[in-house]
Design a protein around this ligand. Structure first.
Ligand code: FES
Ligand code: FES
Length: 183
């Protein structure tokens, strides 16, 4: 088929969807075949969602969908309609990195960084389920993500550090709350 014979995009069916992305409602007219990963990258300009294998193997595209950790290359954008998506861009607050992001930075848990946002999102999910994982549990929790650059040791250390930071945060909130109660 010559390029002139290629069907024009305007001729294809589309559907309007609304998705809450990092707390903001996004409404777009999309083709039903558009992957959620491409929707997030190209329609929402969230380039922290990486596309590696596009087959659900590498985990680079990992995001949270209504609290579940998913590989966004395995879903269509229309499947996220009326649901809430969180990407790595949604983690920082008021210009302050999330403790998991800080831990990855401090442990230098990356080389090229292509896989990092997927690992950060997977770590968030892991620590929400298990705030103090053993090394074997960390390995199992991150098994759906592949880093092609590293020996993983810095990533595992970053998860340990993130767990410590998050438990310190919880303790600080608890102590603060106790202080208020005691005042
Ligand atoms: S790009 Fe989605 S798992 Fe690899
Ligand atoms: S740091 Fe390069 S793929 Fe993980």
């Amino acid at each position: 088929m010559s390029i002139e014979d290629t069907p024009h995009a305007e001729g294809r069916p589309t559907r309007e969807i609304s998705v809450t992305v990092n707390g903001e409602e996004v409404t777009r007219e999309v083709e039903p075949r558009l992957k959620l990963s491409d929707f997030l990258r190209n329609e929402c300009d969230l380039r922290g969602v990486r596309v590696g294998c596009e087959h659900g193997v590498c985990g680079a595209c990992t995001v949270s969908l209504d609290g579940d950790t998913v590989k966004s290359c395995l879903l269509y954008a229309v499947q996220a309609e009326d649901l809430a998506v969180e990407t790595v861009e949604g983690l920082a607050e008021d210009g302050q990195l999330h403790p998991i992001q800080e831990a990855f930075h401090e442990e230098h848990a990356l080389q090229c960084g292509f896989c990092t946002s997927g690992f950060v999102m997977a770590t968030k999910s892991l620590l929400e389920e298990n705030p103090d994982p053993e090394r074997d549990e960390i390995k199992e929790g991150l098994a759906d993500n592949i880093c092609r650059c590293t020996g993983y040791q810095n990533i595992y250390r970053a998860v340990d550090r993130a767990a410590d930071k998050l438990s310190d945060d919880i303790e600080a909130v608890r102590t603060g709350a106790d202080g208020e109660e005691g005042a």
